[in-house]
Design a protein around this ligand. Structure first.
Ligand code: PGA
Length: 250
């Protein structure tokens, strides 16, 4: 049985103080109201990861993550952060291949495959993002685009490694636009991705993999999206920056 994962991607938002205040609020609110039926992952900017990890340490349902990592282990790569460093800061998850990384930092599927390797090698869970642009959807190319992103980024992994992979389907046209995919559109893609995994790996692996939806998830659309049988959680951007909206989604 797949447990839902609700992850909050802060992107480049929150000063240190603002971030810690948000985490304090989330921890406080989840104590009273939250049943633990979903896993929660807080994904701040790198520089807050250690402090956030410490704050959630010991909380069985909340973990910390990072938004990106280097494909290298160490060395002269100014400005980069390795998966090993993220692990040593106490985080458990790393987002790989967010569309903003693909779009603004030219990250390719082959680079993302090596970043995924770095994440898994360090015993972290990879949240691998995929999603089509509006043009690709309108041209009805979305399934081809998704197949390429998922297969080139992930299909070199062994069946065992797949246990530490989460996939996030995030249509680019739905990110930060207020326009979410309909539950039916998202469900259709999630079934498609699950079948791709089934074809190459096993039915068991495809049934166990968590596939999150992301793109304008808000308190008022989360329930309908998360009620779809193949939507196993959400990767939340804007709505995770306030404790009350994030908690409503959880
Ligand atoms: P959004 O972002 O919820 O603000 O659309 C989602 C994401 O980019 O992960």
């Amino acid at each position: 049985m797949r447990k839902k994962i609700i992850a909050g991607n802060w992107k480049m938002n929150k000063t240190f103080e603002e971030g810690l205040a948000l985490v304090t609020e989330i921890i406080g609110m989840t104590k009273d109201e939250y049943s633990g039926s979903a896993k929660v992952v807080l994904i701040p900017p790198f520089i807050h990861v250690n402090a956030v990890s410490k704050m959630v340490a010991g909380n069985a349902n909340i973990q910390a993550g990072a938004q990106n990592c280097s494909n290298y282990d160490s060395g002269a790569y100014t400005g980069e952060v390795s998966a090993g460093m993220i692990k040593s800061c106490g985080a458990s998850y790393v987002i790989i291949g967010h569309s903003e990384r693909r779009q603004y930092f030219n990250e390719t599927n082959s680079l993302l495959a090596s970043k995924t390797d770095a994440v898994l090698k360090n015993g972290l869970t990879c949240i691998y993002c995929c999603g089509e642009t509006l043009e690709e959807r309108e041209a009805n190319h979305h399934f081809d685009v998704l197949k390429k992103q998922v297969s080139e980024g992930l299909f070199h992994l062994t069946a065992e490694q797949f246990e530490n992979v989460v996939i996030a389907y995030e249509p680019v046209w739905a990110i930060g636009t207020g326009r979410n995919a309909t539950p039916e559109q998202a469900e259709e893609v999630h079934v498609y991705i699950r079948n791709l995994i089934k074809e190459l790996y096993t039915a068991e692996i495809s049934e166990n993999i968590v596939i999150q939806y992301g793109g304008s998830v808000k308190p008022d659309n989360a329930k309908e999206l998360l009620n779809q049988p193949n939507i196993d959680g959400a990767l939340v951007g804007g709505a995770c920056l306030k404790a009350d909206s994030f908690l409503k989604i959880i």
